[in-house]
Design a protein around this ligand. Sequence first.
Ligand code: SER
Length: 250
Amino acid sequence: MKWTSLNDLRESYLSFFESKGHLRHKSFPLIPPADDKSLLLINAGMAPLKKYFKGEEEPPRHRMTTCQKCIRTPDIERVGKTARHGTFFEMLGNFSFGDYFKKEATAWAWEYLTKVLEIPEDRLWVTIYQDDDEAFEIWNKQNGVPAERIIRLGKEDNFWEIGSGPCGPCSEIHFDRGPGYGCGRPDCAGVTCDCDRVIEIWNLVFTQFDGDGNGNYTPLAKPNIDTGMGLERLAVVMQGVNNLFEVDTV
Ligand code: SER
């Protein structure tokens, strides 16, 4: 893996997914569409695309990729305290609206990280939703991730939803920055430790439900994919810097 600027990472990601048949779309505004009353500000790459996930509107293409400007406030108390939390960030994402699903989404994520960015496989960990045996098989058999590097976690960690809207079980990819960045405790839990050693870089959501925000889930007509990778976090990894505020753009 070699030092790569933030701007080059953005371009490399978007062109990689264009090469996989995705339509590149520029970032939507931070202000949600007028008909989305569920959000004050756009908080994820998928947020401006909800109508396509729900099948309410036909997308310009069933595969899209964006680098979406986001503001996310649930983590605001952690900003400045950890290396990895920010309120404003850009989110790289590739989306399938009833087109490809888990096999392609995981294979392309692995290809992008390990072949394009040349991140060593032994610095990556994968988490899956506790009951998702299908995701386990795909990561292990299709993508060659060793079983001991695939961790099953519960709903709090591996089911993605914010408020109401399209949601589903997810699978995250984490990067081990090395012991120098961690809590230093002999019993550091790695992926599940809250320290800055092993950090989540990419979330692959298997969007299968429309949630009402109160724990009720209606299956969507077709399964979808919604992935999100924080551009600044990826730059932290690729530039080997301490935190989000030290990355170089050019
Ligand atoms: N919606 C998911 C997230 O924001 C993946 O894009 O993490």
